[in-house]
Design a protein around this ligand. Structure first.
Ligand code: T3D
Length: 251
């Protein structure tokens, strides 16, 4: 097994576990991630954490495997990377990246595909593609452009420059820097797992659609999803709790 899978209190924890190769992606690792993401769709899973074993989050594509493979990057992306990245974006539950150490290439892509990113103080972010003559993939040209804006994204991605955790925070690439990224991600995941799950998932759907939609389209989507959210028992229960001056979970 190259992916450790744990589950506690509705939080599914996935640990990329090829520490000797800095958790670089192989076909085997992609396969185990795919199976775990399928598991994550079960109703008792309410949040997912992705992290890495050892000193890295992930160094991206395993270059030894790429060199000996009978097919090229385009086919690897089609078979392995893109389905898993789509599964993360389509999962209507929060996915947190606990970036415990260096993330390079597709490792950065994976982190940015997650909804919340918490970096360890020693973490760093290396858009390594350019160093080996490749273009950004694993969604990074999309996510980095949305987070940084086109000018900064281009500059960073073609420079290959390593960003420290502090720089990543200053640029909005991560939400938080913590001494122990995994512990902090567990805290956040437990909070999110305790929130009304449908509303969290539907909010992910709304935010995912927002940049492609016009204002009018987004108003209509909000209207539809609000109606859906209000049909969940959590809505009436929490409104009643508020009116009886009991805690609702809002802070
Ligand atoms: O082809 C396709 O499928 C298309 C998809 C592409 C997606 C991509 O991710 S392209 C980018 C691929 N990744 C890289 O180019 C990054 C390569 N690694 C590095 O630049 C550095 O290792 C790091 C900046 C990540 C960390 O540097 P450092 O100095 O902390 O560690 P190191 O000494 O370089 O690496 C430690 C070990 O991990 C070393 O093995 P050894 O000597 O101890 O046996 C090294 O070879 C191995 N390692 C690191 N990255 C990879 C790797 N092994 C295989 N593939 C790797 N990507």
């Amino acid at each position: 097994m190259v992916l450790e899978v744990g589950r506690e209190e509705g939080v599914l924890e996935l640990t990329l576990s090829r520490p000797d190769a800095l958790n670089a992606f192989t076909a085997e690792l992609h396969g185990e991630i795919a199976a775990a993401l399928k598991d994550a769709r079960k109703p008792d899973v309410r949040a997912v954490i992705i992290t890495g074993a050892g000193r890295a989050f992930s160094a991206g594509q395993d270059l030894a495997e790429a060199q000996s493979s009978s097919f090229g990057p385009g086919e690897r992306l089609r078979r392995y990377y893109n389905p898993n990245l789509r599964a993360i974006r389509a999962l209507e539950k929060p996915v947190l990246a606990a970036v415990n150490g260096v993330a390079a290439g597709a490792g950065v892509g994976l982190a940015l595909a997650c909804d919340i990113r918490i970096a360890a103080e020693k973490a760093s972010f290396v858009p390594a593609f350019i160093g080996i003559g490749l273009v950004p993939d694993s969604g990074l040209s999309w996510t980095a452009t949305r987070v940084l804006g086109p000018a900064q994204a281009f500059d960073w991605l073609v420079s290959g420059r390593r960003l420290t955790a502090a720089e990543a925070l200053a640029n909005g690439l991560v939400h938080e820097v913590a001494e122990d990224a995994l512990e902090r991600a567990r805290e956040r995941a437990r909070e999110l797992a305790a929130a009304p799950g449908d509303a969290v998932g539907l909010t992910k759907r709304l935010i995912g659609a927002a940049l492609a939609n016009s204002f009018d389209e987004q108003l209509e989507l909000e209207r539809q999803l609000q109606q859906l959210a209000s049909e969940h028992p959590a809505y009436m229960e929490r409104v009643a709790a508020f009116l009886q001056k009991q805690p609702t979970g809002a802070r």
